[in-house]
Write a protein that binds this ligand. Structure first.
Ligand SMILES: [Fe+2]
Length: 276
């Protein structure tokens, strides 16, 4: 394992959460700087700057395939579920909340049951399958993916990741952590908010560096589409819900501290999955 640490002494992208209009309770939190600096480390992961190398480009695509699986199976499904469960604590939806749910429903749809990446008529699936198509185009090991998908249902993600030759132990640890933390409302709301910001910032850097071979073209399309979707629509929608949740359901300082702790640990484990 190549224990690459952040060498970008001058990261090209620095995360500033005040730029996305997030709630003052988060902006005034004692660990905000730590959250922003770990997000900055994430979006400037060394492999993002080294993927002009064809082998590393393939490695990065393989890693991204696992991330989209975990995001589609656990993170986004739980985000939707935890939002609907939270509504049980409120009066039926008024116009303000109705609007917030409407645009967040298009986040659920735009990530989980859609054709908004390759615009193929009749497609209605999670982005994982679009990333899988990009993986197939670079002659990825589709049999290993089929075995992974089978094991992931039959035996669970821990076994599926740990027994797969496609990913290392860091990915198994990350997958298990995400499966666990997404069972909790405020942690999953914060994790989705930071993901919908960091993922497209990272894609910007990868697109600048990615190996130019045409076999990576679907991966390029996938990333460009996400920059549009996450920056313009999904990101702002998740901030609206997060701010509304903090204002109306008033989670305790202890709950916010826990969510912050979970979000920072989530990023640290994610960063490790990019090490090769
Ligand atoms: Fe997506």
């Amino acid at each position: 394992m190549h224990n690459h640490v952040l060498v970008e002494s001058d990261p090209s992208t620095i995360i500033d959460l005040s730029s996305v209009g997030v709630h003052s309770a988060l902006l005034n939190h004692s660990r905000l700087e730590e959250l922003e600096s770990t997000m900055t480390e994430w979006v400037n992961s060394p492999i993002f700057y080294e993927c002009h190398d064809r082998k590393l480009a393939f490695k990065l695509l393989t890693i991204s395939l696992a991330h989209t699986y975990i995001f589609g199976r656990f993170t986004l499904t739980s985000y939707a579920a935890q939002i609907y469960l939270s509504l049980r604590q409120l009066n039926p939806l008024d116009d303000q909340l109705g609007e917030i749910l409407k645009i967040n429903s298009s986040v659920f749809q735009g990530e989980l049951f859609t054709n908004n990446v390759y615009n193929k008529p009749g497609d209605c699936h999670a982005h994982y399958y679009d990333m899988k198509m990009a993986y197939e185009k670079v002659a990825g090991d589709i049999n290993a993916i089929k075995l992974f998908e089978h094991n992931a249902i039959e035996y669970g993600v821990n076994h599926a990741f740990s027994s797969s030759s496609l990913w290392n132990e860091n990915m198994t640890v990350y997958a298990n952590y995400v499966e666990e933390i997404t069972n909790h409302a405020l942690p999953v709301f914060l994790v989705v908010l930071i993901s919908e910001k960091a993922i497209w910032e990272g894609y910007n850097i990868i697109l600048d560096q990615l190996n130019e071979h045409e076999s990576f073209d679907l991966f390029r399309v996938f990333m460009r589409r996400h920059i549009e979707l996450d920056n313009d629509e999904h990101g702002p929608s998740t901030v609206l819900w997060f701010n509304y949740y903090l204002d109306k359901l008033k989670p305790s300082q202890r709950e916010l501290d826990r969510a912050m702790d979970v979000a920072i640990q989530f990023i640290k484990l994610r960063i490790k999955t990019y090490r090769y």
